[in-house]
Design a protein around this ligand. Structure first.
Ligand code: NAI
Length: 213
């Protein structure tokens, strides 16, 4: 089965498998059964086997999964084994927090540029990276083979910023702004909205409280 036919539900579960496999490696655990992986992730063992079978299956009956092999294979599927040159645009509270997030490198983000339009922010050094003026964004993206743009600007300006990124070769947009960005079909956008996640929590909490009454 080709990657394009994998359902988004499966794709969304893969990072969780990956995260727990990394933890197992840190504990020097060499193999894991689908039942054990199920206990950790909260998914059923059959769900896990089904998910991994989408990619050809990596387990052996009676043995389970080799933790390192499975982690490496999932890393390749998710694309984590790739390292992408990336920039952040909008270096306020959120942009700075992401810049200082030490594990970015482990998840394939090679952050090499920070951009802002506020003269008070331009010129500062954050996490060892100098903040540049957004006027330099297009050239920087082109010259440094930037593949991922991380949008941490307010809603206003986020589409314009995205257009500059895309025109100069970026292929992935990690969008934290509350805007629905328009991109060509060969560019992917992943939106991260804390508030939407909070609405889901609120909905589930309401349901659970009603069920408990
Ligand atoms: P902030 O006001 O601290 O920082 C925004 C920065 O963007 C400022 O430094 C500003 O100078 C810069 N900026 C504004 N327009 C720009 C442009 N056109 N080009 C380059 N830089 C520009 O705001 P904060 O709290 O960091 O939030 C940033 C964005 O992230 C907002 O859109 C906010 O709604 C969103 N946000 C999203 C969250 C999420 O869950 N996805 C959580 C928190 C914030």
């Amino acid at each position: 089965m080709g990657k394009s036919k994998i359902s988004m539900a499966v794709v969304r579960r893969l990072p969780k498998y990956y995260r727990y496999l990394c933890e197992l490696i840190e504990k020097d655990i060499k193999r894991v059964s689908s039942q054990e992986l199920g206990k950790l992730t909260g998914f059923t063992a059959s769900q896990i086997r089904q998910d991994l079978n989408n990619f050809g299956g990596f387990g052996q009956q009676g043995y389970g999964y080799n933790v390192t092999e499975l982690k490496n294979e999932l890393g390749k599927i998710i694309g984590i084994s790739e390292i992408y040159n990336s920039v952040i645009i909008g270096v306020g509270n959120l942009g700075q927090a992401i810049t200082n997030y030490r594990r970015l490198g482990r998840v394939g983000i090679n952050l090499i540029g920070l951009f802002d339009k506020n003269p008070k922010v331009v010129g500062l050094t954050i996490g060892g990276i100098k903040v540049r003026d957004t006027d330099e964004l297009g050239d920087f993206v082109r010259e440094n083979n930037i593949k991922i743009g991380i949008i941490c600007t307010p809603k206003e300006g986020s589409q314009e910023t995205t257009d500059i990124l895309v025109e100069n070769g970026a292929k992935g947009i990690w969008n934290f702004s509350p805007a629905d960005l328009k991109v060509p079909s060969d560019v992917v956008v992943e939106n991260v909205h804390l508030t939407e996640s909070l609405f889901t929590l609120s909905f589930l909490l309401n349901q659970s409280l009603e069920d408990g009454q």
